[in-house]
Write a protein that binds this ligand. Structure first.
Ligand code: M6R
Length: 609
């Protein structure tokens, strides 16, 4: 959570910092701030609220002018969102911005107070600023002060730091929380994520844990905690600038929904050879797959929902048992694992704290591990033994859409190859599944084209409801979970996903006149059963929205609204049926006047427990 940036170069530093922060606002957006060296002195502007509030404030007060500085966009953990708790925070000689959590901040704060330091904010960050100051007073050497401070800190964090006495330099440190150093012509950058620097350069160093960066006139230098200078590999981002821009769309979410056909192709095509799925480039061959006796898919939120679809696909085709676990539960429940178990961690960001901890736990218990990750070089990508990248490009909207879609794609590829390796499906069956998977991108485009207006219309009928239900059976139930999450996180309308057959065991008592019930009914073998469940809610006054395949006959008086979708095999229907659910969530949020891309209380990358 939180995004940090730093700059040293020749441009107007305030402008660069604000622009870079605008690409990181998905990480947190309850306050923002910058600090810039202006004529040798540090000038700070910060404000509660969005980055746009900070910009408005600076329009009145004047923006700091200079060529070196740091910036921050916040998702509050310690202390409410307020001007005072906004970053940057200061010690006497030091100004910092921080992403992450200092776990032992209480103890350190008590110690610093006993040494005469005073605090103005409730943040853990101010403790770091004061501690840096404490060690700087002892050494008068910024890097030594950073090293000693780091030794005292517990937790995961990334810092960008300015020392009053060093107006020609910006310092940074990474432990766990992501941080890159962008390298341009006569300028360098610090950022929590690549999109922040893409406008200026594609070249960057990925800082490892406990590495220190120093930006200055000569460029960027990187040191370890022994103050040894390091030679790092310069990486080149393969995302272009458009990936981090709205490109004419009103919101990132709708742009990303529209990018789904391309994202699926980009993710699937490189993993097909001679019509067969191949994961060998990811280090996954048939002998590895044959050794798997049980699978645990561990993830959070949308990524976990992709895992539930994966479970159905893997169990149906490969006949390997799969548990899907919420990462924050898995990590504390003493899981039973051994070397024939595969733990799959799914994560868009690759930085989700609970998923990362679950991965480390699985490794320590001797299980095989596989990461399915979107962000290259992220912590989960580097920690997992086997790795399949989803190739969706950057996902900026907090509500995940295209990342979910490519997570589904990888789940299917994995299920097909596993089933083939285990001898549960023949080569021609496997080739046929791949052929059908290849047809999905065009069908997604068709849904976006044909269901956009219908979804918008149905959304207009939902937006005054207090609560609604999503129901389905089998894969339709798995998809309902994601539909429900999407709606609630951005429209703020309460909803629940329910296995359609389970309703009558309690939840149906919630159904009253006019309550919307979205029924996903795309599975042929379960269709009649789901229709019976729809009739049950209809008989109790529900307004029903039925999602089904083109050409399927629906009994009269079952649906108030119908969403009819292009056909594929039932197994792949979630990739098609999720699109109208995404669109309905998008338009519900839009019509309610919500900030679609930055819903309240949320952040995209959840790096705290
Ligand atoms: O980066 P991750 O995929 O690990 O994130 C997991 C969840 O935080 C994420 O999917 C969240 O549920 C999304 N906001 C849902 O749209």
């Amino acid at each position: 959570m939180c995004g940090i940036v730093g700059y040293y170069g020749y441009r107007d530093c305030s402008d660069v910092l604000v622009d870079a922060l605008s690409k990181l606002e998905y990480r947190g957006y309850d306050s923002a701030g910058i600090a810039v060296f202006e004529d040798g002195n540090i000038k700070i502007a910060k404000s509660k609220g969005r980055l746009s509030d900070l910009v408005k404030k600076m329009e009145k007060t004047g923006k700091p002018k200079g060529i070196a500085g740091i910036g921050h966009t916040r998702w509050a953990t310690h202390g409410e969102p307020s001007d005072i708790n906004s970053h940057p925070h200061c010690g006497k000689n030091v100004t910092i911005v921080h992403n992450g959590i200092i776990e032992n901040y209480r103890k350190l704060k008590d110690y610093l107070i006993s040494q005469g330091k005073t605090f103005v904010s409730d943040t853990d960050t101010e403790v770091v600023a004061q501690l840096l100051d404490f060690y700087y007073c002892r050494h008068s050497d910024p890097v030594k002060a950073i090293i000693e401070t780091t030794e005292d800190l517990e937790g995961s964090f990334a810092l960008a730091i300015m020392f009053n006495d060093y107006p020609e330099y910006i310092f940074a440190l990474r432990r766990e929380s992501p941080l890159i150093v962008g390298v341009g012509e006569n300028e360098s950058f610090i950022a929590s994520d690549v999109p922040a620097i893409l406008k200026y350069t594609k070249n960057y160093y990925l800082l490892e844990h406990n590495e220190i960066a120093v930006l200055g006139r000569y460029g960027a230098k990187i040191y370890d905690l022994h103050y040894q200078k390091l030679q790092k590999e310069l990486k080149t981002a393969d995302w272009d600038m458009d990936a981090a821009e709205k490109c004419g769309y009103e919101h990132f979410m709708i742009k990303e929904i529209n990018e789904q056909p391309t994202s699926v192709k980009t993710t699937v095509l490189p993993r097909i050879k001679d019509g067969m799925p191949t994961l060998e480039e990811c280090g996954i061959d048939d002998s590895f797959l044959c050794g798997i006796r049980q699978i645990h898919i561990v993830a959070c939120g949308t990524a976990m929902h992709a895992g539930v679809v994966g479970k159905y696909a893997i169990e149906k085709l490969a006949r390997v048992p799969v548990n899907v676990e919420i990462a924050s539960e898995f990590r504390y429940k003493s899981p039973i694992l051994d070397k024939s178990d595969l733990v799959i961690i799914i994560s868009q960001s690759g930085e989700t704290a609970d998923s990362l901890a679950a991965l480390k736990l699985a490794k320590s218990l001797g299980a095989k591990t596989l990461g399915i990750v979107n962000v290259k070089g992220s912590s989960i990508a580097r920690e997992a033994e086997k790795l399949i990248y989803t190739l969706a490009g950057p996902e900026i909207a907090v509500a995940s859409t295209k990342a979910y879609m490519v997570q589904l794609s990888v789940m299917y590829l994995f299920a097909f190859r596993l089933a083939f390796a285990k001898g549960k499906i023949s080569q021609s069956e496997c080739e046929n599944y791949i052929k059908l998977l290849n047809e999905i991108p065009d069908k997604i485009s068709e849904v976006i084209e044909n269901q956009l207006e219908n979804s918008q219309y149905i959304a207009s009928k939902l937006i005054n409801s207090d609560s609604l239900l999503y129901i389905g059976r089998g894969l339709d139930y798995a998809l309902s979970m994601e539909g429900s999450l999407k709606l609630k996180e951005i429209s703020y309308i309460h909803s629940e996903a329910y296995a359609a057959g389970e309703l009558k065991h309690g939840t149906i008592s919630l159904v009253t006149e006019g309550m919307p019930v979205i029924a996903v009914a795309t599975q042929d073998d379960l269709f009649d059963k789901t229709i019976s469940n729809i009739k049950e809610v209809k008989a109790r006054g529900a307004t029903t929205i039925v999602v089904l395949k083109d050409g399927v006959e629906l009994p009269s008086d079952v649906a108030d609204y119908i969403i009819s979708l292009p056909k594929t095999i039932d197994l792949l229907m979630p990739m098609i049926a999720c699109v109208p659910l995404q669109l309905m969530a998008y338009y519900s949020a839009l019509l309610r006047g919500n900030d679609v891309d930055k819903p309240r209380n949320l952040a995209k990358s959840v790096t705290v427990e």
